[in-house]
Each structure stands twice: as structure tokens, then as C-alpha cells.
Ligand binder design. Structure first.
Ligand SMILES: *Cc1c(COP(=O)(O)O)cnc(C)c1O
Length: 373
């Protein structure tokens, strides 16, 4: 993905392919078993830039967005304009109602006191909407199904609260064989059957990215993927998705190492034979986790080049002996992208691709590709 027209800077380069993200959205939509496909753009669209990604999904037909908190919601509203629905996963705390109402955000209410708070706050804004979060077995956010039933039965709840959606969240969607999945789905389906009979127009949502791939009985009315849209394969059932994120870093210095030479802090790696080493402008301050030292790799000229020793704040050193012909200062080594899988890079750092994406630092020079670029 090296672009000759662009100067190579002595810093990492992050390329975000908006056309690929839009294509992933289209694929999810096609595989959503007839459910509406929303888009989760929390945490700055997983570190990639909430505004450009939100606009790309909107242009691809998305009309329902999910963020984590009201501040993210306000940014999304500014990027998206007045029309799309924006739901806020974290719900609402005392003092936030004005922000929700001012930006037409929909809190996902997770307990009875939030329902009360919201009912009071929206008394003057009959159009303001919200969702209920029901816990079916993750024990993170959400109310018991019995409480959700009570709330929606004991009062003219839809009028008082503007609730138009009920969600729940899967704990094990990335493990298709886990029995927990069917238990959560069955509990949610029983609740949905009851409530649908009573409340016209109430909709239901269970599936994140990995949940979409579990099958039609997980889709309900609305799916809310995040990771898949950004090219992440969260489950063995995931279809092939397009690569959205490419992370590259330029070689700053080349060095011939001889047997016995040590590399980096702690001299933790020693050459067992002659090696051509390249030091690149990428370190843990850029989100390239130190835990990936000695296990991760970069790709130069199609060749996998192991990381030698520890990753430091601004630098990492790689063995590029097998890619000698491409070795020159300024040449870009790929750390995430079509040749360096996001999920494998996460595993090499002892974590998941989600954490790598959300940790990508502000020092990475960002460029966005659109269909025409
Ligand atoms: C983050 C989140 C999602 C999206 O999850 P992905 O695995 O990225 O698709 C969906 N629902 C809830 C409640 C979330 O917190």
C-alpha cells in the first residue's frame, strides 16, 4: 500500500479504507436474515474515527447507530445530521438528560431508576426515545427480564418512556458451540414473544458481530455489529471480510547483527547467526503493545519478519534477513493489513484485535481511502 506520491514520515501510518468498511456493512446487512443492520461506532469507531466511519455507514444505508456514552453520541449526531437513530449503550446518569435531549440521543436504560430518571426528563419532549437493556446471562449491564416485564406492564410505559427497542447482549457469541448462547437466545425470545403481543412496534436486538453469524434465530429485528464492520473476524463462523485497517511503519535504520549481538532493552534477544535487523518507527506509545515483543511480526515485501526483543515506546526492531532485497531506510513494513491479520496480531500480543484497534495512538498519521481514491 506504499504510495509514492506521499512523503514517508518517520512515524507510523494508519490507512483506513472507508469503501471496505462500507462493503463490510453491506455484507452484514445481506447476512442479517432480514433484520435491520445497525452500526456500533463507540470508542471513536474502535479507534478509527467516528465521524468518517459513521458517514460511510450512513451512505451505505445505515440508519441506526450505537455509541457508548452521550459525548460520543453528540459527536455522532453532528456527523450524521438529524435523521438517524443514535442509541447509547451506557444508559444515562443524573445530570445527563439535557445532553440526551439536546442531541436527540436514545439512552439504553439498564435499571428501574434509569427508567424513572428518563421518564421525568422527557416529560416535556414527547418525541424522545429510549431502549431497555435486559440481562440474559452476561451480568454486566441490563435489568432482569422480570423487571423489564414489570416496567412494560405496570404503566403506560411506552408513552412515559418512549421505549421503542429492547436489547440484550451475548456473552459467548465468539464461541459458537457454547451452550450459553442458546440459553440467552431462548430467554430473550420468550421475553420478545410476550412483549410483542402487548406492544405494537416494540423492536428487539440481541446480536453483535459474532452474534450475526450464529444464525437467523439470533437476528431478531435489529443487529448491532461493530468489529465486523472494521474487518475483524470475531468468530470462526465469520465470512471473509474486507481489510479496513492498514498499519505501516518506516524503517529508520538497518544493522547487520552477528552471532551473539543483543537487541533492545534488557538485551533479551540474542542473535544465533548473522541477521539483517531493521528498526522501525512504531512502539507501544502508538498502541503497538509491548506484550507483542518476541512474538509478533511485520511484513516486508510479502515476507513475515519476526520482532526481535522488546518493543519500546517509539521503536521496534525486526529480523528482515528474508526480505533483504526490499531493505532500505524509509521502506514501509506492514503490521496490520491484508498481509498482517488483525486477529493474529492481537493474539501475538496476548490480546484481541479489538484492543489493538482501540489502542492505536494519536501519533499514527491517518489517511482515509474512499471508493474514488
Ligand atoms: C460493543 C457492543 C456491540 C458490538 O460488538 P462487536 O463485537 O464489536 O460487534 C454490541 N452490543 C453491545 C451491548 C456492545 O457493548
Amino acid at each position: 500500500m506504499q504510495n509514492a506520491a506521499q512523503d514517508v514520515l518517520a512515524r507510523p501510518r494508519l490507512t483506513i479504507d472507508l469503501a471496505a468498511a462500507a462493503a463490510n456493512y453491506a455484507l452484514v446487512k445481506e447476512r442479517a436474515h432480514g433484520a435491520e443492520a445497525g452500526a456500533t461506532i463507540k470508542a471513536d469507531a474502535y479507534g478509527l474515527g467516528a465521524e468518517p466511519l459513521a458517514r460511510a455507514f450512513s451512505a451505505a444505508g445505515c440508519t441506526t447507530f450505537f455509541v457508548a456514552n452521550a459525548e460520543e453520541g453528540a459527536r455522532a449526531r453532528a456527523a450524521l445530521g438529524a435523521t438517524p437513530a443514535i442509541y447509547v449503550y451506557n444508559g444515562i446518569l443524573e445530570g445527563e438528560a439535557e445532553t440526551f435531549l439536546a442531541h436527540d440521543l436514545r439512552p439504553i436504560l439498564n435499571d428501574a431508576w434509569q427508567v424513572e430518571l428518563w421518564a421525568r426528563a422527557r416529560a416535556q419532549s414527547a418525541h424522545a426515545r429510549a431502549a431497555l437493556h435486559v440481562d440474559t446471562g452476561i451480568n454486566r449491564l441490563g435489568m432482569a427480564t422480570a423487571l423489564a416485564r414489570d416496567i412494560l406492564e405496570s404503566r403506560d410505559a411506552l408513552n412515559d418512556t418512549g421505549v421503542d427497542l429492547v436489547i440484550s447482549h451475548l456473552a459467548c457469541a465468539d464461541e459458537p458451540a457454547a451452550p450459553h448462547n442458546a440459553r440467552q437466545r431462548d430467554a430473550f425470545a420468550a421475553l420478545a414473544d410476550d412483549l410483542r403481543a402487548r406492544h405494537d412496534g416494540l423492536r428487539f436486538s440481541l446480536a453483535n458481530s459474532a452474534g450475526v453469524w450464529l444464525g437467523a434465530d439470533y437476528a431478531f429485528d435489529l443487529v448491532r455489529p461493530g468489529y465486523a464492520l472494521y474487518g475483524g473476524h470475531a468468530s470462526p463462523l465469520s465470512p471473509a471480510l474486507q481489510t479496513v485497517v492498514t498499519l505501516e511503519a518506516p524503517i529508520l535504520q538497518l544493522r547487520e547483527l552477528s552471532k551473539g549481538d543483543a537487541v533492545g532493552y534488557g538485551a533479551s534477544w540474542r542473535a544465533e547467526h548473522d541477521v539483517l535487523a531493521a528498526t522501525v518507527a512504531l512502539g507501544y506509545a502508538d498502541g503497538f503493545l509491548r506484550a507483542g515483543g518476541g512474538r509478533g511480526y511485520g511484513v516486508l515485501n510479502g515476507v513475515k519478519c519476526p520482532i526481535l526483543g522488546r518493543i519500546s515506546m517509539d521503536l521496534a526492531t525486526l529480523d528482515i534477513s528474508q526480505a533483504r532485497s526490499a531493505a532500505s531506510p524509509g521502506a514501509l513494513i506492514e503490521f496490520l493489513g491484508a498481509n498482517a491479520d488483525l486477529d493474529k496480531a492481537g493474539a501475538a500480543a496476548g490480546t484481541i484485535g479489538y484492543e489493538l484497534l482501540t489502542g492505536l495512538g494519536p501519533r499514527c498519521a491517518r489517511q482515509y481511502l474512499t471508493a474514488s481514491s
